[in-house]
Design a protein around this ligand. Structure first.
Ligand code: PMP
Length: 396
């Protein structure tokens, strides 16, 4: 069959190949990017979906507006308000089929073949693939323990004049990292100085452990005159409530939102009205704060357990920053004591020992660091985490 030329820009992810091995019996997996199914608020969602059907069956089951179901847009605008985003009207956001669709719509509306887009090195793999599908030339901006290095970012923006910059500033996938407040402000200044759109992908920002992270780049845009019009922000219900609902949203300047809505219309017409009405009822019932408190507590315990176990079992053969939120530990093999230093080789040995994780190299769009790995602490309980990390120790 003759496929579209754009498919030459992408390949099946290396990670998918690894996932095939996860079916092996007894495997402890730190590989997925999933939240824990045991954490879903099933009762709350049952109630919300029943209410959605009882109160507005027409809205919940009929075709709907491409921009989204209005009661949900209202709830989401209010939800963003609780997170410091001031003055957001329901019309200032559209509902998307997961935040993944928001990324796709950004690709569709903004990227012409050969356009440059700056992303973090490392970044979310599906974003790399999605933007490449539209023909983007991706430029990798380095990160450190405080997120993307803004001095380097400025140099890259000045040199490449990208169509936009894509960042996951809060507990990124895979880095788990946190962009500090000073750098968030710097990013906003760069947006204004270079008239460059900043895409803030934020599916993990609510999953903090002890301290709330700095406000989102979008929320901070009030403090940098003229910056709000250069920010597109993607949010998601996936990591806190349920990825199966496929409810995400995008907040962006009106002109961009209009184009994205047009493209969405040709793509899926609208996000499932049933899912949207359920999410709206869920938020309206005021269940979110308790759900957030619960997931934060459980993931915090698991992150702590994984960090401690890694230090104990792998010692100086591994280095990582203890995550303050999100689902991931991003680590680097140091090779200390002549131990394995290659993430792929380590992943292969780990599978033999009955534990899986994802090597870090595929998360880089350029200059991959082969010593890196991503470990998710989300889906195994503390005992399984300790057992899994002990197996990693053996594999090492
Ligand atoms: N962005 C990032 C950084 C992610 O990690 C994910 C999910 N793994 C998504 C977007 C997409 O999430 P969803 O479409 O479920 O909202």
């Amino acid at each position: 069959m003759q496929f579209a030329g754009r498919l030459n820009n992408v390949e099946t992810s290396a990670i998918r190949e690894l996932f095939k091995l996860l079916g092996k019996p007894g495997i402890i997996s730190f590989a997925g990017g999933f939240p824990d199914s045991a954490m879903f608020d099933v009762e709350g969602l049952k109630e919300a979906s029943a209410k959605a059907l009882a109160e507005e069956p027409g809205g919940a089951l009929q075709y709907g507006a491409t921009e989204g179901y209005n009661p949900l847009r209202e709830q989401l605008a209010a939800f963003m308000g609780t997170k410091g985003v001031k003055g957001l009207n329901p019309e200032g956001l559209i509902v998307t089929t997961g935040s993944q669709q928001a990324l796709d719509l950004l690709g569709k509306t903004l990227i012409s073949p050969g356009d440059k887009v700056i992303v973090e090195g490392p970044t979310f793999l599906a974003t790399i693939q999605c933007f490449r599908l539209y023909g983007a030339e991706l430029i990798s901006a380095p990160i450190d323990g405080n997120g993307v290095k803004t001095d380097e970012l400025e140099k890259l923006i000045a040199e490449h004049r990208p169509k936009f910059v894509y960042l996951i500033p809060t507990f990124g996938n895979p880095s788990g990292g946190l962009l500090n407040l000073e750098r968030r402000k710097k990013v906003l200044e760069l947006a204004v100085k270079y008239q460059t759109l900043i895409v803030e992908d934020d599916p993990y920002g609510d999953l903090y452990f002890n301290e709330a992270p700095p406000p989102s780049i979008l929320a901070l845009s009030d403090s940098v005159p003229g910056s709000r019009e250069w920010i597109a922000h993607c949010g998601s219900m996936s990591k806190v409530l349920s990825p199966g609902l496929r409810v995400g949203w995008m907040i962006a300047p009106a002109e961009l939102l209009a184009k994205a809505t047009m493209c969405k219309q040709f793509s899926d017409a609208h996000t499932s009205t049933f899912a949207q009405a359920t999410a709206a009822q869920y938020l309206k019932a005021g269940r979110m704060p308790a759900t957030l408190a619960h997931v934060r507590k459980v993931y915090a315990e698991r992150a702590l357990a994984m960090g401690e176990a890694l230090r104990q079992e792998l010692g100086d053969a591994i280095e990582f920053v203890q995550p303050q939120g999100g689902l991931f530990v991003w680590a680097r093999l140091t090779g200390a004591g002549g131990k394995v230093k290659d993430g792929n080789e380590f992943a292969r040995r780990a599978i033999e020992q009955g534990v899986a994780f994802v090597p870090g190299a595929p998360f880089f769009c350029a200059n991959p660091d082969p010593a890196t790995l991503r470990l998710s602490f989300a889906t195994a309980d503390v005992a399984r985490i300790e057992e899994g990390v002990a197996r990693l120790g053996k594999a090492l």
